[in-house]
Design a protein around this ligand. Sequence first.
Ligand code: MF3
Ligand code: CO
Ligand code: CO
Length: 272
Amino acid sequence: MSVTIKSPAEIEKMRVACRLASEVLDYIGPYVTPGVTTGEVDRLCHRYMEDVQHTIPAPLNYAPPGYPPYPKAICTSVNHQVCHGVPGDKALKKGDILNIDVTVIKDGFHGDCSRMFIVGGESTILAKRLCQVTFECMWLGIAQVRPGARLGDIGHAIQRHAEGHGFSVVREFCGHGIGTKFHEDPQVLHYGRPGTGVELQAGMTFTIEPMINAGRAAISELPDGWTIVTKDRSLSAQWEHTVLVTPMGVEVLTLSAGCPAPPALVADALSS
Ligand code: MF3
Ligand code: CO
Ligand code: CO
């Protein structure tokens, strides 16, 4: 495994790509309403990337070994879909929970982030709690990031919070190094033991993107070869940021005007 350390010039390019990825989510938010199809959400994002940002949607035709080429510009995962949901003709309904995952390429560098959206602004108590706890899981993971910390510290913080709320952590998919390639080393597991795993160094860039299920952790893949769902059909949520390890701690790269602020429970950890 070889984890790349980004140079100051590369980091500057990562900052640009990552901010642009987050701005796609800012742009699409107002369109996420009952009656809109995920296919329409995809078309709007795709157009915004190409026409306004002059970015490339990294998912389009992405084909890691064993996968068919991904057919769309973004991933849209609804309710019991865990990740990699392929946009299509199905209309969103009030109360659906939707993850939109955007990865753009700008000047050869990737920025990758996702957020949850509650369609129509209202859902069940369980769905809202799952989205909030998953958001907190992502930020608790981010708050562990500093030189000398280990990947297991991140995974442990996420797992402890999710399981402490009676939820489960998806094991088969993880965060990842990112840069000129979409998925680089290291793998960033969302569960683990403190003090284990790769030691973080300033200049590393990777994603933290916990997938948390309301029911059991087990997943299955749909026949489209991409969409991942919970085996028990329970709800699933995910949030994702791309981060940089800095000499002082962490810089969240996928920030933009429309990002929800970090939750209260990490505010102290991050300002220290
Ligand atoms: N954006 C996803 C991630 O966070 C990867 C999606 S791969 C795709 O790693 F092909 F489904 F787009
Ligand atoms: Co990612
Ligand atoms: Co992503």
